[in-house]
Write a protein that binds this ligand. Sequence first.
Ligand SMILES: [Fe+2]
Ligand SMILES: [Fe+2]
Length: 285
Amino acid sequence: MNGCIVHVSDTHFGGEADLALVEGVVELVPDLEPCVTVISGDLTVRARHGEFQAARALVQELEHTAPVFIIPGNHDVQWWLRPLIPYDRGAIYRKYAQYFGPNLTPTASLPGVLVAAANTAYGVTWGSLSFDPRDLAVKGHLPAKEIRRVGELFQQTDPAQLRVLVVHHNVIRGEVSERMGLVRWKRAQRQIVDCGAELVLCGHDHQECAEQLDRRVVVSCTGSLSTRSRSERPSVFHRICWDDESIQIEQYRWSSDRRSFKRADVHVFTRSRQRREAKIPARAS
Ligand SMILES: [Fe+2]
Ligand SMILES: [Fe+2]
């Protein structure tokens, strides 16, 4: 079965959003005919009400074409509240939930595709701490229970459905940043491959890439629709199309001359016809 997803990320509404880029996406999406548009987090800069309101206006505009699938990024959580309200884990997501609902890890089952989110944005927690002070409240982590839950969802899907995992943090090292989005990234990569995902959608790095994990799982990491593009590269978002044989990532690159996105590079990956069985991490006893 054929289908298409539009994948954008890191709008960073607030002082950093580039409205020309946002409007360029809004203008083009109807022609791209996605069955779902995915925004893989960092809708805001500082999780402020006005920033979420602008993000919600974008979502409502995109919903005229197709359902919009949203997850929070590290900029969308009020991580600084955690030390103030130590017994309320939900406090840091309260403002995000006010605008996009309490479900931080939505699932969308559509004809030919199952899209499932795993949360990687937890603010400052033990799991996301590293030895680099730059990582504080920036890096994410992928708890075993999250990837187990997604693996169980993928196990139950119709074998004909493409299995898509959405996370915020980049699961591949950024070419310019030379940084991984997740702490304990090797384990996270192994768990993603084992969970049965065929395609991962992520952002956070603000540089686009289309690659594979372990030559089996296609990774779409899109750029940012903000002024924070890596090395001042033109912004890129992705349209991902699939059929029984392949997964194709079309990159739409911003042209500052034409003030619009233009179809640029296309990356084609062979889709394994044989369904891989998920190796789901065991529950802690
Ligand atoms: Fe970001
Ligand atoms: Fe981020």
